[in-house]
Design a binder for this molecule. Structure first.
Ligand SMILES: Cc1cc2nc3c(=O)[nH]c(=O)nc-3n(C[C@H](O)[C@H](O)[C@H](O)COP(=O)(O)OP(=O)(O)OC[C@H]3O[C@@H](n4cnc5c(N)ncnc54)[C@H](O)[C@@H]3O)c2cc1C
Length: 459
């Protein structure tokens, strides 16, 4: 390291830290990005790459009708109206310019799809590793410095209580003139913190970046930071029980026309609700396991290489059993054949108007999309569990990204962005709103710091 002082220290090199760092460096601030692993990425690099934006070129090109009003009301609704309206509003105010900023950095957005918690297609797909690489290159080109294998182990505070820097690997002090930004991700890899805040999630499959052990949460906690949404932490349904860190296998065929049954071949939840709520519902079922059942027309909607929709790769991996009849399929995956046939018959009858749906389902996804009977073979059964990908509760913060304490007072000099924060999502999560929140609030925090710099220089 060239010197022991920076304008800004950013802890963690995922989407949140990289957005903050790149945006701050382009405005002339001296930024040191501190990453405990030997490479950038975190959970962001393992993610599906979906960003939630509205008013974009891609939506216009696809003729999608959406609006800020609908986006806001979807976010509030999926959050159970427990999310902080001021934070949702800050996202609304800044999301389009963040999208434009990412595009200006060279990010290209592909398909726009509807997904969990959305009532209009606004999930914008990206090649997320390329996005992270572009931001890191941009940061470095603007003079930013990155320290790898450098774990921040403590925050430094002066006598006035202002956060003035960090301690790295327990022995190196680094001071920050303007502020320290915690962008260290969640704690999906900490059994200890999960057992404190979300013990039921211990039976989900552990996932997310290996560095996501809640370091930033603990450091903020130690300084008296408030916390929000800790009681809403939930995994995502559904991923194959043998999924690996190298190949994430999340599939949401239920939003494309499938149903979900338990090991007794019975439905137990309205499949159109957000996949975090589904994640909690599946944890209550026998073996915490449920099968996504669908037929050939749903299988035909697969997008190879597109997260949540990629049945082709699952089939290549041998994780998507299929058969010409439902009876055979049930035999293959070891669930009762008579019951599976009965469950599907009942579902089809409800769609044809014969009777009410047994779990109250009326649409494919979040009130949108027409249900189709499951009747054209071959039939498929994807065995899937709840994946503990992300912990959306964390440090409380203002719409400018300043961390607040348990009394709601700003902790001077301390900022937070990304998955380490709480209050934005509320009860559950909309696809794309986490990468979105990392980049949107990353830009907001960087702008806040840049204006405080101008303020300091102008006296
Ligand atoms: C399988 C999967 C699929 C997902 N799909 C999507 C999706 O399509 N869309 C969406 O919006 N969200 C998705 N998510 C959630 C989303 O990816 C994360 O919430 C988001 O990427 C978090 O970004 P972040 O920058 O806050 O944290 P991270 O990307 O996890 O980055 C945090 C970084 O901080 C580092 N760090 C931690 N502690 C320290 C320390 N003490 N010192 C220094 N460095 C430290 C970590 O090593 C890590 O590199 C998905 C998550 C997973 C796991």
């Amino acid at each position: 390291m060239d010197n022991q002082e920076a304008d800004v220290i950013v802890i963690g090199a995922g989407i949140a830290g990289l957005s903050t760092a790149a945006r701050a460096a382009e405005q002339g601030l001296g930024v040191v990005l501190v990453e405990k692993m030997s490479a950038i990425g975190g959970s962001s690099a393992m993610s599906g790459g979906w960003f939630a934006f509205t008013g974009t070129q891609e939506q216009q090109d696809a003729g999608i009708e959406d609006s800020i009003e609908l986006f806001r009301s979807d976010l509030r609704k999926v959050g159970g109206y427990r999310n902080n309206p001021a934070l949702v509003e800050a996202y609304m105010d800044n999301q389009l310019q963040t999208y434009e900023w990412l595009r200006a950095k060279g990010v290209s957005f592909g398909e726009v799809e509807i997904s969990s918690g959305q009532s209009a297609p606004r999930g914008h797909s990206t090649r997320i590793r390329e996005v992270l690489q572009l931001l890191h290159e941009d940061f470095t080109a603007n003079g930013g410095e990155t320290l790898f294998d450098a774990r921040v182990t403590a925050l430094d505070r002066n006598a006035d209580g202002r956060v003035t820097g960090v301690i790295i690997n327990d022995d190196t002090q680094l001071n920050a003139v303007l502020g320290v930004v915690i962008a260290s991700g969640g704690f999906s890899r900490s059994r200890e913190l999960l057992s404190v805040f979300a013990p039921e999630q211990l039976s989900a499959i552990p996932y997310g970046g290996p560095g996501n052990t809640g370091d930033g949460l603990r450091m903020g906690w130690k300084l008296g930071a408030g916390m929000a949404d800790m009681s809403s932490i939930s995994g995502t349904y559904g991923s194959h029980p043998e999924t690996t860190d190298e190949q994430q296998e999340l599939l949401t065929s239920y939003y494309m026309g499938g149903i979900i049954v338990n090991t007794d071949a019975r439905r137990f939840v309205d499949e159109s609700v957000d996949y975090k709520t589904l994640g909690s519902a599946v944890l209550t079922q026998p073996q915490a396991l449920a099968f996504q059942i669908f037929d050939a027309p749903v299988r035909a909607k697969s997008h190879r290489g597109i997260a949540l929709k990629d049945m082709d790769t699952l089939e290549d991996l041998g994780h998507l059993p299929s058969a010409d009849t439902l009876e055979e399929l049930a035999g293959l995956v070891g669930i009762p054949a008579d019951q599976l046939v009965g469950t599907v018959d009942k579902y089809n009858a409800a769609i044809r108007g014969g009777e009410a749906d047994e779990v109250g389902r009326t649409h494919l996804c979040n009130g949108v999309g027409e249900l189709q009977p499951i009747e054209v073979g071959p039939f498929y059964a994807y065995p899937a569990k709840t994946l503990m990908t992300t912990t959306y509760g964390g440090l409380t913060f203002t719409p400018q990204g300043k961390v607040t304490d348990v009394d709601g007072e700003v902790i001077d000099g301390l900022y937070a962005v990304g998955e380490v924060t709480g209050g934005f999502h509320g009860a559950a999560y909309m696809t794309g709103s986490s990468l979105g929140k990392g980049s949107v609030f990353g830009c907001v925090v960087a702008d806040t710091l840049a204006s405080s710099y101008v303020g300091a220089v102008n006296g």
